[in-house]
Design a protein. Structure first.
Length: 136
């Protein structure tokens, strides 16, 4: 039995079998909507709630700051945890410095959850030591 569905991307109404559980009217709408999932709902640049200038990318909160010296080109984003660490230490981070999330949650950017390493080697050694402690 065919029932009326509503496309999650364009809001167009379409008929399909109930058992198919389709959410989009076409492959095109499905593809367009999937590009938004990397940002999470409510944070995509074309979303009405995008006034914050923040997006989620690979689990990290990215902040729009085109004037920051370490912002990505050409878009102008920088990871929020780096901005928080810069506010703690009082100057811009060097590109080789690494900010570590103590609890492993990439979007948890509280000051008490962040730890600064001088380079990737020190950060890697921290993880090696952490594994040894956990295995004992």
């Amino acid at each position: 039995m065919k029932v009326l569905h509503k496309c999650l991307f364009c809001n167009k109404k379409f008929f399909d079998y109930l058992s198919n559980n389709r959410k989009y009217c076409s492959r095109s709408c499905h593809g367009k909507n999937n590009t938004r999932t990397q940002y999470k709902v409510g944070h995509a640049p074309n979303d009405k709630n995008f006034k914050t200038g923040k997006v989620l990318c690979k689990g990290y909160v990215m902040v729009l700051n085109k004037k920051h010296p370490n912002a990505t080109l050409p878009h102008g984003y920088i990871r929020e945890h780096r901005i928080v660490m810069e506010s703690i230490i009082g100057h811009h981070l060097l590109p080789e410095e690494v900010v570590h999330h103590k609890n492993g949650i990439k979007s948890d950017n509280r000051k008490e959850n962040l730890q600064l390493f001088n380079n990737h080697k020190e950060h890697r050694l921290h993880h090696v030591k952490e594994k040894r402690i956990c295995q004992k």
